[in-house]
Design a protein around this ligand. Sequence first.
Ligand SMILES: [Zn+2]
Length: 263
Amino acid sequence: MTAEYGKLTWEQVRDADKDRVVILNVSATEDHGPHMPLDTDTVLGMAVANGVAEAAPDEVFVMPAIPYGFNEHHKDFPGVIWIQPETLINFVCDVTESLAHHGFRRILLLNSHGSNHPILDLAARKTVIRTGIICVSASYWNLCSDRIQGLRKSEVGGIAHAGEFEAAMYKHLHPDLVDLDKAESQNLHDPDTKFFNLDLAAGGGKAMLMRWWSSVSPDGTMGDPTVADAETGKAFLEAAIEETTALVREIRALPILPRRDHH
Ligand SMILES: [Zn+2]
C-alpha cells in the first residue's frame, strides 16, 4: 500500500493499518530573500516527509501539505499569503478530526515554518482533547538541531530564515531555483543578548519578540545564505529525515492511554 495519502482509495483507507503515523506538513508561502522562492517551506517540509516515507514506507502516510501558515508579520513583502492563527488552528484540527473519524490513531504535525510552531502545538493539544488519539507536533529543525550544529558553516544567527540551512537544502533539491548571486548575509543576531535568539539550531530564545519582518530585515533574509552549498544541504536533509523517522518510530510505540474521570 502506498504511503501517499492522496493516492489511496477509500477502500484502502478503510483497510489501512491505523497505527501508521499520518504526517501532515504545515508550511507557508512567503518571501525567502531575493535568492529563493516563496514555496521554500513547503518544498523542504515535504522533502522531509517524503524522505521519511522512503525510509519507512510501511510506517507512515504522508498527507498533501497545507502550504499556508501564520505569517502576517511578513506581509510587507510581495507574495505572502497569511492565515489568521485561529483559522489555522481550526483548519488543522478539522483535518486531524477527519483522520480520527476514519480510525487513524497517530498523527505528526510536521512544521516547516517558524511561526507555525505555537499554532501546531495548540492544534495537537486540541486534537488530543477532542479525539483522544495521539497527535504530536514538531518543527523539523528542532529534531536535528544538534546535527545541524555539527554540519553548519555559519555563525550563530546564520540559520534563521532563508539562511544557510534552508538555502543549502533547497540548492541540493533544485539547484536552478536558488540564486546565491543575489544573496546577502543578514546575520541579525545580537551577540550580547541573554534572552533573544532566532537561530533555529543554536539555542533558541528564552524570550520571544516577533517584530514586523520588514523592520528587521532589509531583503527578507535572516541568516547567512552566502555560505550555503548543496553538499551540506544534502547532509542537513538526511539528518532531518533520519531524526524525523526516529520520532515516527517513537510515536508508533507510544501507548494509547485511557482517561480516568475522577468526578
Ligand atoms: Zn522558511
